[in-house]
Write a protein that binds this ligand. Structure first.
Ligand code: ZN
Ligand code: ZN
Length: 358
């Protein structure tokens, strides 16, 4: 059984448990996960004992090469074709991915229903399976992380006062591609000075100056799998306030990493980071969750957030990234990608966590 076929079998078993005849798979990462097809236009009909991928003529060759299930090439909209196949197959209770479909696409499905057929919302079924990574997936993420880390080290060498945030981001992206990445896993973040207080600041023409914090959040994509890391630089000699802020976030990150282990609730990892920041009076300026799963997508379940009940399991890959953001001054975030193990976690980000003083 291929890796994809094995996943399809697991989803089929889950469908049977939910008394569904089939799942209409519309999330691109889910289509890829279940069929191997990497193109941008594909939907899959997954029923026990059969799976069909629908795509358009632009992807006929690619789909034949990549997908290990039946492929139908359709001219025109895919969903009516999928529904026609479901009807011919006498499938009745059709699950659809409620968070992976547009209102318009839902209406298309609904208008193609026939007597006796129903649409049943399904939440996170494939995503749940995707949380636990196979050895092959882990090695892709490991590779993607090594590429981003090497690109980071190379790009740091080019950073000096007077360079623009956008130039640093371009250098990071270039270095990742040169080393064999398919590209950045998300838009590379380079934010200097007060802009680093915006957790998702995109690079601008702002030039790096002396005595500024610089936040770099970067990840590579490899075999479709993402990596994610954040490191901080300082141009010049950091003062007390910067050192204090950095030290607090570093301590919070260490506490969160310590909390990661199979069986621990995701919220407990978040709490570990938050408690440290509270002691430093910084919990109010830690404005996001402590981390997120990653894989075919840069943000996947589980989220390491306050109310997340999911228990961590060996084979999950998550980020651990507390931060503290002071408006008008700057922010600090320290982020590693880690593999959850039965004993704790393996940090996949091979980059030192000292504040880099340039
Ligand atoms: Zn990140
Ligand atoms: Zn992240």
């Amino acid at each position: 059984l291929s890796e994809h076929a094995d996943r399809r079998r697991q989803i089929s078993d889950a469908l049977t448990g939910k008394k569904l005849d089939a799942l209409i798979v519309t999330g691109p990462a889910n289509v890829r996960y279940l069929t191997g097809f990497t193109g941008s236009n594909g939907v899959a009909l997954l029923a026990p004992e059969r799976a069909v991928l629908f795509t358009d003529p632009r992807y006929a060759i690619q789909a034949a090469e990549e997908a290990d299930c039946r492929v139908r090439v359709a001219r025109g909209p895919l969903l009516p074709r999928l529904m026609a196949a479901a009807r011919r197959g006498k499938l009745q209770r059709l699950g659809f991915e409620m968070s992976r479909i547009s209102w318009e696409a839902y209406n298309t499905l609904s208008e193609s229903l026939w007597l006796g057929a129903t649409l049943e919302p399904v939440r996170g079924l494939v995503e749940e399976l995707r949380m636990i990574k196979s050895p092959a997936e882990i090695s892709s993420i490991r590779r993607a992380m090594a590429l981003a880390a090497a690109a980071f080290e190379a790009a740091v060498g080019s950073i000096r006062p007077g360079i623009r945030e956008s130039e640093v981001a371009a250098e990071l992206d270039y270095q990742m591609r040169r080393r064999g990445a398919q590209g950045p896993a998300f838009e590379t973040i380079v934010a200097a000075g007060a802009r680093s207080a915006q957790p998702h600041a995109l690079p601008t023409a702002h030039t790096l100056r002396a005595d500024e914090l610089v936040l770099i959040d970067v990840g590579a994509s490899r075999n479709g799998y993402a990596s994610d890391m954040t490191r901080m630089l300082f141009l010049g000699r950091p003062g007390k306030r910067v050192k204090g802020l950095y030290g607090a976030v570093l301590e919070a990150q260490a506490a969160a990493l310590d909390a990661v282990r199979e069986g621990v609730a995701a919220a407990a990892v978040d709490r570990a980071a938050r408690q440290v920041l509270r002691r430093h009076g910084l919990d109010r300026v830690f404005v996001h969750s402590t981390g997120h799963g990653l894989g075919l997508e840069i943000h996947e379940p589980p989220r390491l957030g306050k109310r997340e009940r999911t228990r961590l399991r060996a084979g999950m890959v998550v980020t651990v990234e507390p931060g503290a953001y002071l408006a008008g001054f700057g922010g600090v975030r320290i982020e590693d990608t880690v593999l959850v193990t039965s004993q704790g976690c393996e940090i996949l980000t091979p980059v030192t966590k000292d504040l880099r003083v340039l």
